[in-house]
Ligand binder design. Structure first.
Ligand SMILES: [Zn+2]
Ligand SMILES: [Zn+2]
Length: 292
């Protein structure tokens, strides 16, 4: 047994980053390999606009082969930030419905496991916003025949009228009737900004207990692993590079050594000027994981 094999088995981490599929899915798989990732996330379409690239059938065939060989699992599509199912306006509602529906099918077509979305923002009344989110998910996602990707609602920092606290996610899931096809994606930077102090093992345990109580651990399928440039409880969504923010190396170590959190696929969404920089951050996370 080689040292590399033992290392891989002992660590057992599913660790990756947000990558671009603009140059094709096989190219994204090569990028994942280059940075030492065994999972990745991508935008299903232009994150600030909405235009989607058509993925040709031969690209999907090549992708499925590459993916199996490289053991890339799981794969998560992320909806654009412009999608807001909580909006009251007819045009924004229509856009949210169209994108949620179409991108569920697009992720299903490449065999992706998850579709991550921000729950949305409310206009005016908070409960009306939550009700609109529940309605959009019912009509544009749950109406699609299985199999398909599991929809993951992301925990948010709670900036302004942003929906995405653990209580909000509980409310939405309850409103949907707790379907097995809807889960949750945690985000370490958002949770920290929302007031969860993840800088210590005890703080991480406290969060996991709250998630178990409000959501159920089996429903949590992924975590965005980001450091936070914004302070604890600031309700501001500002990602920092791993170990360089308010969580610091100690906080990241607390997260990646928590038995539950480290069992989740961990996806970096930190700011990099070139994807290869994720390689250094992934190496650092692996080092912090094996330190304890
Ligand atoms: Zn997100
Ligand atoms: Zn964020």
């Amino acid at each position: 047994m080689t040292a590399a094999y033992q290392e891989q088995n002992r660590a057992g981490l599913r660790l990756g980053a947000h990558l671009s599929i603009a140059k094709g899915l096989p190219r994204a798989a090569a990028m994942a390999a280059a940075i030492g990732a065994n999972t990745f996330q991508y935008f299903t379409r232009n994150p600030r606009g909405g235009a989607a690239r058509e993925i040709p059938a031969d690209e999907i065939t090549a992708w499925r082969e590459v993916r199996d060989r490289a053991d890339l699992y799981p794969i998560a599509g992320h909806l654009p930030y412009t999608v807001n199912p909580g909006a009251a306006g007819a045009r924004q509602q229509e856009f949210a419905r169209l994108v949620l529906h179409d991108d569920t099918l697009r992720v299903a077509a490449i065999g992706g496991e998850y579709l991550v979305t921000h729950p949305g923002h409310y206009d005016g009344d908070r409960e009306a916003g939550l009700a609109r989110i529940i309605q959009v998910i019912k009509e544009s996602y749950l109406s699609i025949p299985e199999p398909g990707p599991t929809l993951l609602l992301e925990t948010m920092a709670g900036q302004g009228k942003e929906i995405g606290s653990l209580d909000d996610l509980h409310y939405i899931l309850a409103g949907l009737g707790w379907p097995a096809r809807v889960g949750v994606c945690l985000d370490s930077a958002h949770l920290f900004a929302a007031g969860w102090d993840l800088r210590t093992p005890a703080g991480c345990r406290e969060l996991v207990q709250a998630v178990a109580d409000k959501i159920g651990l089996e429903r949590v399928r992924a975590m965005h692993l980001n450091d936070s440039a914004a302070p604890l409880g600031s309700r501001r969504d500002r990602h920092a590079n791993i170990g360089r923010g308010e969580l610091g190396e100690e906080g990241i170590a607390a997260i990646v050594n928590n038995p539950f959190l480290s069992s989740l696929p961990l996806l970096l969404e930190t700011t990099v000027s070139h994807y290869s920089e994720y390689g250094e951050e992934i190496a650092l996370v692996k080092k912090l994981h094996s330190c304890e």
